[in-house]
Ligand binder design. Structure first.
Ligand code: AMP
Length: 213
């Protein structure tokens, strides 16, 4: 029986380094070296499966609108995105890190109305509301560590892996907001229309994740 075409959206950058070996273990291998190419669309060893490699924050959008059937995205990105049109069937347990608050090393715990800089505006707003703390959220697009140094913010909310970036800038971890790893997401429409193709991919990836535990 012929297979319906399937498109899988992968997050580029750090997550991609962990995703490609896992996909290979699950039997999905790009036809060429993605990291040596400037292309955005790649054939695979399966005639009906294509990979697209895009910015992590765009993955939920492609899958939500059905332009891609399946995606790989960090939980941080998914928490910030509108994911009403998405299923999240599998924790891939890759690109693990933490979403944390951080402050200048030794600085007193801020009180009253707190200024918080982050690119995760939605998550940050929800977190401080849940804590019952008043916070003004300042949206930044990168280099969050600079904000407390320059007096722009009391705290930042950012991804921490080794903690080296914080330390190099005189900051320290404060509170854990959420442990982060990359997740497999599937469009709700795709899951309905292409279930016969998609379920075996979820199963093979789940087995690959299990073998690593
Ligand atoms: P580190 O210095 O190892 O704590 O890494 C912190 C920086 O690397 C953060 O500012 C993030 O932008 C980035 N980073 C580390 N791990 C990840 C990940 N799994 N997903 C996205 N960004 C990450």
């Amino acid at each position: 029986m012929s297979q319906q075409p399937l498109t899988i959206a992968l997050s580029k950058g750090r997550i991609l380094d962990d995703t490609l070996p896992l996909f290979e273990e699950a039997g999905i291998v790009p036809a060429e070296d993605i990291k040596k190419s400037r292309k955005l669309i790649f054939d695979t060893n399966h005639d009906h499966i294509k990979l697209v490699v895009i910015r992590a924050t765009d993955v939920p959008t492609y899958v939500q609108y059905g332009a891609a059937d399946i995606g790989v995205a960090g939980k941080d990105v998914l928490m910030e995105a509108d994911s009403t049109g998405l299923y999240e069937p599998l924790d891939l347990n890759i690109a693990t890190c933490r979403l944390m608050t951080a402050a200048l090393k030794g600085a007193p715990e801020p009180t009253g109305r707190i200024k918080v800089a982050s690119k995760f505006v939605g998550v940050t707003k929800r977190y401080f509301a849940e804590q019952g703390k008043q916070a003004d959220i300042i949206k930044l697009y990168g280099g969050m560590e600079l904000a407390p140094i320059m007096g722009l913010a009391d705290l930042i909310v950012d991804i921490v892996d080794t903690g080296n970036t914080l330390r190099a800038n005189g900051l320290e971890e404060r509170d854990l907001i959420a442990p982060i790893s990359s997740r497999l997401v599937v469009g709700k429409a795709a899951m309905k229309m292409k279930h016969r193709q998609i379920q075996p991919i979820i199963d093979k990836l789940a087995q690959a994740v299990d073998r690593r535990r």
